[in-house]
Design a protein around this ligand. Structure first.
Ligand code: SF4
Length: 454
């Protein structure tokens, strides 16, 4: 059977969507490979969040042209956010592409590839139409042997329209899956050995707000968390990415009530200046954000907090930037992604005339990274020497002699490779750190020795 290579760019949602495409191709007998030269079908699942991400795919997909000359039957497809944004326009940039499929049509990819393979000299096939119920189509998994953590897509789209963000136009309006379907998927994962699930959505904590009622003071998202945490075998539950405005007291309380809910929140702040937050349409103030951080820390004092921050949003003054720096210092995030603002055509912020120079963005980026490093250094002093629980996920990407796992607060931890620890919830003693990654050794107790598969 033909061999497929899928290259995935961007966020966890894209990783999850690629997995669904693989599942459907696998069901039809396609196999998968790691190199372009082996492949009969090459698919790029793309990201549109930053211009750089799109340029990267355009460069890579353009280079495939030479391969097509040598292998005329090769099928090249572009899927996902960039495909959705540009549609047929992409053919002007990538004339050799055979297939363009948007974000609501991943479930059609296998059909389209079959169709293209059956037609010599076919015309390119473009499908970026919206489809009712498409949020329900990302539900199957391709699990590796002894895989213990998995992503579960619970909703698609976003209605927030932050002024810098292209997502509402690439992913469409908010649409959520029924709780019962999600729970059935999680149960099936648990029976296959998965112990940790991460619930995914562009605005995950506003899950179901248009479809399902609040019950007993609990939002649909909190109802879902309770249901997923109750699935036998699921020992850790995470979610990403939430919006601060969706964090009401019922969700804060869930961190007290649900022991399986990991004490980590990735909580995008974006800016520490109220003026810029308002310009971004973020609908909260920095004071409200800091109050939320206090509430979360009261609910779970050891909670890990990470964030997304944008520097150089149009019109950002030195004073605005210093307010962001102060907010980061006040929260003392465990980590944060700092993004230099990148204009996306079609978003309101891209039209503004007061764009900040690249030089200033770089400088501000540097200052914040240094601040985060210093905060990490300070926090590490108390963490090195302590014992924490990790879920051992598998071989480290950079070193086969090590296994990697994550703490409940989502910090990556490396231990010496040993198959007996694979898939285990293991207490480890933190020995050292390079900043954001930790090195540790298992703490051997009668329980760890008993539960470990040798
Ligand atoms: S909430 Fe997130 S996904 Fe939605 S528009 Fe804002 S930044 Fe984009």
């Amino acid at each position: 059977m033909p061999s497929v290579l899928i290259k995935t760019y961007g966020c966890q949602m894209n990783v999850r969507d690629s997995e669904q495409v693989m599942r459907q191709l696998e069901a039809r007998g396609y196999t998968f490979c790691d190199t372009e030269t082996e492949a009969d079908v090459i698919l790029f699942n793309t990201c549109s969040v930053r211009d750089m991400a799109e340029q990267k795919v355009l460069g890579k997909a353009g280079a495939i042209t030479t391969l097509k000359k040598r292998k005329p039957g090769l099928i090249v497809g572009v899927l996902g956010c960039m495909a959705q944004r540009l549609g047929g326009e992409l053919l002007g940039k990538l004339p050799n592409v055979d297939l363009i499929v948007g974000t609501q049509k991943f479930h059609e990819v296998a059909n389209y590839i079959d169709r293209l393979r059956g037609q010599a000299g076919h015309d390119p096939l473009v499908d970026i139409a919206e489809e009712e119920g498409s949020q329900n189509s990302i539900r199957e998994h391709v699990l590796a042997s002894r895989q213990v953590s998995a992503y579960v897509s619970i909703m698609q789209g976003c209605n927030m329209h932050c002024t810098f963000c292209i997502v509402p136009s690439t992913r469409g309006a908010e649409r959520s899956r029924p709780i019962a379907d999600i729970v059935a998927e999680v149960k099936s994962l648990a029976t296959q050995g998965v112990r940790e699930v991460t619930l995914l959505g562009q605005i995950v904590n506003l899950y179901g707000r248009h479809e399902f009622p609040v019950e007993n003071g609990r939002s649909p998202f909190v109802q879902l968390l309770h249901a997923v945490c109750a699935v036998p075998g699921i020992e850790r539950v995470r979610f990403t990415s939430p919006h601060p405005i969706g964090f009401k007291q019922d969700l804060v309380a869930a961190f007290r009530e649900l022991p399986n809910l990991c004490e980590h929140v990735h909580l995008p702040l974006q800016s520490g200046s109220n003026r810029i937050l308002k310009a971004m349409h973020r609908a909260y103030t920095v004071e409200q954000y800091l109050q939320l951080v206090d509430d979360l820390r009261t609910a779970r004092p050891d909670i890990g907090l990470t964030s997304d921050i944008i520097v150089g949003y149009p019109g950002e003054t030195e004073e605005d930037f210093l307010a962001t720096r102060d907010a980061i210092a006040k929260v003392a995030f465990d980590n944060a992604f700092i993004f230099r603002y990148s204009p996306r055509t079609g978003t309101p912020a891209a039209e503004q005339h007061d764009q900040v120079s690249e030089e200033i963005k770089m400088e501000r980026n540097h200052v914040l990274l240094e601040l985060l490093d210093n905060i990490a250094l300070e926090k590490n002093k108390s963490i090195v020497g302590s014992t924490v629980e990790i879920l051992v996920e598998g071989e480290s990407k950079n070193n086969p002699l090590r296994y990697s796992g994550r703490t409940r607060t989502n910090r990556p931890v490396m231990i010496e490779a040993n198959e007996r620890w694979l898939g285990q919830l293991l207490p480890v003693k933190i020995l050292s750190t390079t900043g954001f990654t930790y090195y540790a050794e298992p703490v051997l107790t009668p329980e760890t020795l008993e539960t470990a598969t040798v």
